[in-house]
Design a protein around this ligand. Sequence first.
Ligand SMILES: [Zn+2]
Length: 129
Amino acid sequence: MLEMLEGMVKTFVNNLVAMNTLEIVLVTLWLSITGYASWYLISAKHHVPLTRKEAEILWKIHKNEAQCKAQKLHPIKRRDKIVGFKCDCGYKYMKKRPMLANTPVDRDDIRSRTSTFDEMHTTYESTTR
Ligand SMILES: [Zn+2]
């Protein structure tokens, strides 16, 4: 068993020594491609595609909220899909998946956020008085 392992190690070392420049380049290339591919897959997971219409609606909401007078929106694309947009004013929107998939952002969540804000507001008021 140990002899077999030793033989495997020796073969591996011999192969490594016998490696020429081209092989080293190929291995390096392969490693970088693998690295790039996994990075691409990981990063792609975090972006959710958006339709052009959705981007336009979100942009209009932003313009309304920020009183923005920009005339153009620049879609941000990942793999030929719109994942967000950039406004002429510098505003950037990227649609991202929530940290926990399938977590619905429902009314309860909004309500709890509002109550937290109210609490903060109350605390603020009471300290100033
Ligand atoms: Zn803007």
